[in-house]
Design a protein around this ligand. Structure first.
Ligand SMILES: Cc1cc2nc3c(=O)[nH]c(=O)nc-3n(C[C@H](O)[C@H](O)[C@H](O)COP(=O)(O)OP(=O)(O)OC[C@H]3O[C@@H](n4cnc5c(N)ncnc54)[C@H](O)[C@@H]3O)c2cc1C
Length: 300
């Protein structure tokens, strides 16, 4: 982490909320579901589909997690009624995983069930390492109950990921492959950017060659180029893979990928917890802290 980014992260509590908001605005659709619907429709016009996520994680009260559940439920209805080219992404800790695992499972299960009735897909985001095994367990349970409209995320920085993939390959899984955003110990995670990239490339091949559906979630040119080259050299069905990016990030590259004829899905976040979410992300990924500095000096 650069000294400057480190400094910004340490002084975050003193950064005016308006500055954090101006950074967050680019990455978050808005406070309400209507904002997410609007952004999803705009993305559709650009040739991209979306995955809608309600801001919120690490919820510690049942009341709050039921509120999150209700909001995600409304997202499913909105996707269906507006005929959006979108699905739902959820974080298990927002649905009460930390309060009681079975309560968390019942909440995600009912969302997946409702989504299944509406013909909508649900992806469970992958959070930090205390939740990796339980998220995979929930995925297996849901699939064993016959739900095919649910997917998982694998983080290339985790040393265990190859083994995790092998353990679910027989399910013909839908996997979003990303680098991983949380700070993890070197005992369990690759730390060097090249190690993470090499593992990403290896896992991408493992997934595609074994028939999994892969969602290539990265803004890293080297990984995007590698993935394009790999799929072009092979004859995978185009439905087997798509690219995914975060809202507001690398829009130039996003448009280029769409124009090349590849599927592209954008992660669309909405909700009122933009302050908590943004400061957590800034602390986790200090590279992004540079954007705070930029926002302090560059207006408009
Ligand atoms: C659709 C999607 C879903 C994700 N889901 C999860 C998940 O479930 N669990 C999880 O741990 N992680 C998730 N991530 C985050 C992911 O793990 C990475 O932390 C993040 O995508 C940055 O890694 P990168 O591959 O883009 O490479 P990087 O090397 O970090 O980024 C490459 C370049 O992209 C730009 N960039 C990247 N991120 C940002 C940003 N936030 N703001 C501005 N510019 C940026 C920068 O120019 C950077 O140099 C997801 C990412 C995406 C795109």
């Amino acid at each position: 982490m650069s000294i400057l980014n480190n400094l910004i992260v340490k002084t975050l509590p003193f950064v005016p909320k308006a500055i954090i908001k101006s950074v967050a605005n680019k990455y978050i659709a808005g406070d309400s579901l209507q904002d997410a619907i609007r952004v999803s429709k705009e993305l559709s016009k650009l040739g991209a589909s979306s995955t809608i996520d309600v801001l919120g994680e690490f919820v510690t009260s049942r009341e709050r997690s039921l509120h999150e559940w209700q909001t995600s439920y409304s997202v499913l209805d909105a996707i269906h009624h507006n005929n959006l080219d979108a699905y739902l992404s959820v974080k298990l800790t927002s649905l009460g995983l930390d309060i009681d695992q079975e309560f968390g499972f019942a909440n995600v299960r009912s969302l997946v069930e409702k989504a299944s009735e509406l013909g909508v897909f649900v992806r469970m985001d992958m959070e930090n390492s205390p939740y990796t095994s339980i998220t995979l367990d929930f995925y297996r349970r849901l699939r064993s109950e016959g739900f095919n409209n649910v997917g998982i995320v694998i983080q290339a920085y985790m040393r265990r990921s190859e083994e995790d993939i092998r353990s679910i390959l027989s399910l013909e899984p839908s996997v979003r492959l990303c680098k991983g955003i949380y700070i993890e110990s070197p005992d369990i995670a690759f730390k060097h950017p090249d190690e993470i990239r090499n593992n990403y490339k290896k896992l991408l091949r493992l997934l595609l060659e074994n028939g999994a559906n892969v969602r290539i979630a990265t803004h890293d040119d080297r990984l995007i180029d590698d993935a394009i080259q790999f799929v072009n050299q092979n004859t995978f069905d185009k439905k087997q893979y798509e690219f995914q990016m975060l809202l507001g990030v690398r829009e130039d590259r996003r448009n280029e990928i769409i124009q090349s004829g590849f599927g592209m899905r954008i992660y669309v976040l909405f909700g009122s917890d933009w302050y908590g979410y943004s400061t957590r992300r800034l602390k986790e990924n200090p590279q992004v802290a540079g954007y705070v500095l930029k926002a302090m000096f560059v207006r408009g």
